[in-house]
Design a protein around this ligand. Structure first.
Ligand code: MEV
Length: 440
């Protein structure tokens, strides 16, 4: 039976671990040593990680891999990817090489606007509220100057604030709907601080607005928070080539491959069951780069999937067509990313990843991340419409199975060679290990 505990966060790290292992584990020494084997011997580095969150007990490793040979707008990139799924980096690298030979990826940032809202309740005359909003709007902006002045110096800041009437959905519900340009910062703290200041000014100044009745003056602020839905923070990534150049696989002619590929994308456009998996493949690439560059993958995920449903039904994020003998595959996707602030200046691997990408601006990072997603989607659809996904997946999974069986380096080399010509399945690998071991 588990116990609850008071004041856990105030305990030292070692006392927290003592409590956890004593409460939950039968072999306390084993549990402790599993946790401690991931501590970094560099105490400063460990302390940095300890302080990212509360109640840190150890570090959780993910591999950081790289996918080289990405040609994006005629510039070559090696893209860092933090991910545990075995086939993702290999697939990205393969797609990068494939498109490198066909002119590479082309990208454009369409817009970079971010959104935040103050949600409030008001039960008086809507016209009077509109008048109040128009009267107070300049002050909303000027009261936020201490927060916005540095961002403004760099060319960003508050773009606009609108009053939105949502009383059709909830009685008395209105919003201050604000848009922002946060340049290279993800901007969460900036936006939330501005919103909280808007809320304060909006509520306080209402008390002395003559046209309000006493009851009108009692505006109730519910909350002030940025929106992770940023359909106007949008980037486009695209590849194209002559249909005849599309296949480099003798088993499928280019035209057949192009047609099957376009068909596969069309299916994901109309069939939500397929669209979710299709988009999951895109997110394999996107999340891995978002994580490696210290951005918030939960925000990106939430936004992207909302965007995939923008027409009322969940659909593919990517699209493909054949026109005049040219195959084009593209995606427009919302990505609110930052390359300054947050983890970007703190986590040594994030700093390294950004340096590897030539210190991109947020716009460039949007382009790189979108390309990683499109490349991943291309690789998945290419396998799905030709060899099937399992061939590649199981090849990569082979290493996981070998590691489960604690295969030695020599055993790994022998079995990797063996499975170049044999179908990988869990049982086939287990049999092959047993067979090999019985011979030695
Ligand atoms: C697996 O992680 C991703 C795929 O399922 C994506 C897809 O089906 O398009 C291969």
């Amino acid at each position: 039976m588990s116990k609850s505990i008071a004041g856990f966060s105030k305990l030292s790290k070692s006392k927290k671990i003592d409590w956890i292992v004593e409460t939950y584990f039968s072999n306390t020494e084993d549990a402790k040593s599993v946790l401690k084997q991931y501590w970094n011997s560099n105490e400063k580095l460990q302390q940095l990680h300890d302080e990212f969150i509360e109640n840190t007990i150890t570090n959780y490793y993910l591999p950081l891999g790289v996918a080289p040979n990405f040609l994006i707008n005629n510039k070559i990139y090696t893209i860092p990817m933090a991910i545990e799924e075995s086939s993702v980096v290999a697939a990205a690298s393969k797609a990068a090489k494939f498109w490198m030979d066909r002119g590479g990826f082309k990208t454009t940032v369409i817009s970079t606007t971010k959104i935040g809202q103050v949600h409030f309740m008001y039960h008086g005359n809507p016209e009077t509220l509109k008048n109040y909003f128009n009267y107070i709007k300049p002050q909303l902006i000027s009261d936020a100057k201490p927060i916005t002045k540095n961002m403004e110096k760099r060319g960003g800041g508050i773009l606009d604030i609108e009053l939105r009437d949502k009383t059709n959905a909830i009685e008395g519900y209105y919003q201050l709907h604000a848009s922002f340009e946060t340049l290279d910062a993800m901007g969460a703290n900036f936006i939330n601080s501005c919103l909280e200041q808007f809320a304060k000014t909006f509520k306080n100044e209402a008390l002395t607005f003559d046209a309000f009745t006493d009851e009108d003056k009692n505006i109730q602020i519910i909350m002030s928070i940025l929106s992770n839905y940023v359909p106007e923070c949008l980037v486009r990534a695209e590849v194209s080539c002559k249909v005849e150049d599309l296949s480099d696989d003798a088993s499928i002619p280019s035209e057949e491959f192009a047609n099957k590929f376009v068909q596969a994308v069309k299916i994901a456009e109309i069939e939500p069951y397929r669209a979710v998996t299709h988009n999951k493949g895109i997110m394999n690439g996107i999340d891995a780069v978002v994580l490696a560059t210290g951005n918030d993958f939960r925000a990106i995920e939430a936004c992207v999937h909302a965007y995939a449903s923008k027409n009322g039904s969940y659909s593919s994020l990517s699209h493909a067509k054949i026109e005049n003998g040219i195959f084009t595959f593209w995606m427009e996707i919302p990505l609110a990313l930052g390359t300054v602030g947050g983890l970007t200046g703190l986590h040594p691997l994030v700093k390294l990843s950004l340096e590897l990408l030539h210190h991109p601006s947020a716009k460039e990072l949007m382009e790189i991340v979108a390309v990683a997603g499109l490349a991943q989607n291309f690789a998945a659809l290419r396998s799905l419409t030709t060899t099937g996904i399992q061939q590649g997946h199981m090849k990569m999974h082979l290493m996981n199975i070998l590691n489960q069986f604690e295969a030695t380096t020599t055993e790994k080399e022998t079995l990797i060679e063996y499975f170049k010509n044999h179908i990988v399945s869990h049982s086939a690998v287990v049999d092959a290990i047993k067979n090999l071991r019985s011979k030695n």
